[in-house]
Design a protein. Sequence first.
Length: 677
Amino acid sequence: MNIHSAEFRSPHSQAASSSSPSLLKAVPPPPRVVVESVSPEIDGGKYPIKRTVGEFVDVCAHVFADGHDELLVVLRFVAGDGDWQEVAMLSARNDEWHARFTIERLVAYRYTVVGWVDHFATWRRDLKRKSEAAVDVAEHFASGCELIKSRRQHASPDDRDAINTALRRLQSHESIDRRLSVALDEGFCALMQRCDPRDRMASYTRELVVQVDPRLAACGAWYEMFPRSAAGKPGLHGTFDDCIRRLPYVAGMEFDILYLPPIHPIGTTHRKGKNNAVECGPGEPGSPWAIGSDEGGHKAIHPALGTIAEFRKLVTAAQQHGLAIALDIAFQCSPDHPYVKEHPDWFQHRSDGSIRYAENPPKEYQDIYPFDFESKDWRALWAELKSVFEYWIGQGVTLFRVDNPHTKPFAFWEWLMAELHRDYPEVILLAEAFTRPKIMDHLARIGFSQSYTYFTWRNSKRELTEYMTELTKTEVAEYFRPNLWPNTPDILHAYLQQGGRPAFAARLVLAATLAANYGIYGPAYELADNKPLTPGSEEYLNSEKYEIRQWDIERSDSLRELIKRVNMSRRANPALQSNRGLVFHDIENDRLLCYSKATDDKDNVVLIIVNLDPFNAQSGWTALNLNALGLSPGQTYVAHDLLTGTQHVWKDERNFVEISPRRQPAHLFVIDCKGAS
């Protein structure tokens, strides 16, 4: 019986009635076992944890009872609407019990913990203790036989025969040692557990949920590219066919995902000009985020890019190159969007009746109308926006970068993502929200598969160490999947502006190895485009958001080869494909950051040392955590540098390193403890 059932009420409860004594006589006593503090659990089970297929869930629970009886504690889990499965939990210190299960299907999982007093295990333990102390066990054998008989009624026919055989021996005149061998046999103990009626079993108060996403949600390298700049010739607007011709270049750098900013028609009313000018000049293309014109809206394609058939051709070609296409979802409209004429009530209005354009004072976005998610017709609006996702899913797209989700109601996203995860479990949603921490955190809790982070603004050793420890070693890691971007079309950090190519190289290594998900905005990144609009600004000069750019992707100073080596290292080393094994190591220089990634079994260990100073060579002595590297004190090992191909024979925790940013920004070592033997 569950202690939380309606059949039993604590005498301390206000709901306890005067008829409690008669009620207590009518039902079995409540469970003696307490099950509490199950983890992982987010906000009392209100939100799910996140996993992908192939990952596991480590569950811990505090389970105990009065007295000294043995307990049997079980982790129960179920995939979707399937059958419940069980894993026995093992006891650790201080009444903590642990077990794990593996995610094998792309469906939501549920899990909980149950426990009960194991009377047979208690009897067996006491029998062993008494026999070892030379205490008479005759009466103990007798009580045990009665317990075994009571279990017989719950046994299968085969088990019942085995129980009868055991009972005959336990009740026989065989020697104590022979009867002990029967009672203490591990196989017989397992049989008794199978027949355990689990009377007065206690259950945890909740079933907890796992949101299961595709593997690409856990590990992927994103490359952002404006399709209209893919033509490669001055004055030409790029097409989807141009994007197809660019695929070998992107795939050649070993990226997993090609992300395209909005591909829809762009409005002309209040169109922004070069460098975000309020007025545009003749022929200027405008911002792709000013979505919608007479040619269509969120389900249409900019005619200069091509047709829907040509887009599907791009999706197929990308797949053939090992790339997935991700699209931008920006729920906002240009004044020319068909929604504005067809559903003016979906937008906010001024006192004079005109529709209010977007503002973030003192910034004004005259070319964009935000939706009013609380309009009287909100149900139709929400349904239509859901259909935008469904349309592009129908075109073969399952990855979406969602623009500014923090400016739309949480309730909308929670509803939308529940709908999408139910009907399209293969969909991955990346939240592009650079806002207050609690808002970013909440967006992850309610279902976004991945999240942008503050990595762009974390540049010192202390900042990086503290921030990545928070993201990977606290409860946050159960639901917040960080996606690290050193640059975006909106953000050119001062570190990149001032540090030039060495800074771009260092931040690439950091982003790609500190987290399993990362991305860059290219070709601006590999070509180290670092000119700001104005001093102190994070906006690019001649921003691609407002004009078509021509990129010389074959430039000799491109970081293309470094990017390829880093991404190849990610693919070859499972340790870099997860955030679980991140450990920071001491090194005697604040301009050097030293950390490692390791698989759980330490079968794959990668040690990374990055020079955070883009101007000067830096050196120092490491103080490595040998246990985190799977090494023993005094052990000699080989550090293979995946970036340079060189090898270093090291010993113990102290080793000297020197890194010149002009030559190579970092060491990316695979640790081989056998190569030096």
